[in-house]
Design a protein around this ligand. Structure first.
Ligand SMILES: C[S@@+](CC[C@H](N)C(=O)[O-])C[C@H]1O[C@@H](n2cnc3c(N)ncnc32)[C@H](O)[C@@H]1O
Length: 252
């Protein structure tokens, strides 16, 4: 997958694109990311990219000739799917991530200030508009990074075990189950007995039941999208303990 990012602040992406999973995905060629400074497409000798809004009012507006020229110049062959990050776009969720992940090439346009001149939209230079939530960021860069990270997890090979991606929150309209690791006891709290049992079938049933329980409690709207399945709430046969988090008994 190739992703091109258009921004006024290319330096913003330097460290996030080098770190952790994203850095490794790019380093190994699974993901190709290019960041382009939109100012390069300004006709102004001072590389001006924004101007005052017609009609007055606060803030500045990203100029249409700059954004349009950047989009057109960075368009690939075959063409990339052109996405504007904007608070009035379609709200990002896992379904939209899955959908965008089907595309081989994406062009992400980051706004700044009051946003971009409306004529970039009117000219049909964008294919989709995406919001990362009902709040306002200072620029599209953080939003582009959110989308990029979510997309990268859907590129085969980026996350070590494909299984871990398939099971995490939202992928199947369920929240994730609780996780525990060493130490076995922490501040008097132990680990659910079932997770120490080595019985994979029981562990699997426990996790499914906890996922469902957490989804019911925190995000019942997800259950409307994919109703509870027969046996999903079924607790594994308890071996002494109920498989819930318990105060720990002393560990031998
Ligand atoms: C300060 S915001 C512009 C806000 C705009 N005047 C409004 O009220 O909707 C500047 C830029 O940040 C980006 N941005 C801000 N909030 C965002 C969000 N929730 N999702 C995606 N992009 C966002 C967009 O690219 C936007 O053009």
């Amino acid at each position: 997958m190739r992703i091109e990012i258009l921004t006024l602040f290319p330096g913003y992406f330097r460290s996030p694109l080098e770190e952790s999973l994203l850095g490794r995905a790019i380093g190994s060629g699974l993901l190709e990311v290019a960041v382009t400074d939109m100012r390069l497409y300004s006709q102004d000798r001072h590389r001006k990219a924004d101007d005052e809004p017609y009609g007055g009012g606060p803030g500045m507006v990203l100029m249409a000739p700059v954004v349009a020229a950047a989009i057109e110049a960075r368009q690939d062959v075959p063409p990339a799917w052109r996405v504007l990050l904007t608070p009035d776009g379609r709200r990002l969720d896992q379904a939209l991530v899955e959908n965008l992940a089907q595309r081989d090439r994406l062009l992400l346009v980051c706004g700044r200030y009051e946003g971009i001149d409306e004529r970039v939209r009117e000219l049909g230079l964008l294919d989709e508009e995406v919001s990362v939530g009902d709040f306002v960021l200072s620029g599209g860069e953080a939003a582009a990074l959110v989308l990029l990270e979510a997309l990268s997890r859907r590129v085969p090979g980026v996350v070590g075990r494909a299984e871990s991606v398939e099971r995490e929150s939202f992928v199947r309209d369920r929240l994730d189950y609780p996780h525990y690791t060493r130490p076995r006891e922490f501040r008097g709290l132990g680990v659910p007995e079932v997770l120490l049992s080595g019985d994979h079938a029981r562990i699997e049933r426990w996790r499914r039941a906890r996922s469902l329980e957490r989804t019911r409690a925190r995000r019942p709207d997800l259950l409307a999208r994919r109703p509870e399945e027969p046996g999903e709430a079924e607790e594994p046969q308890a071996e002494g303990a109920k498989g819930r988090l318990q105060r720990s008994s002393p560990i031998d």
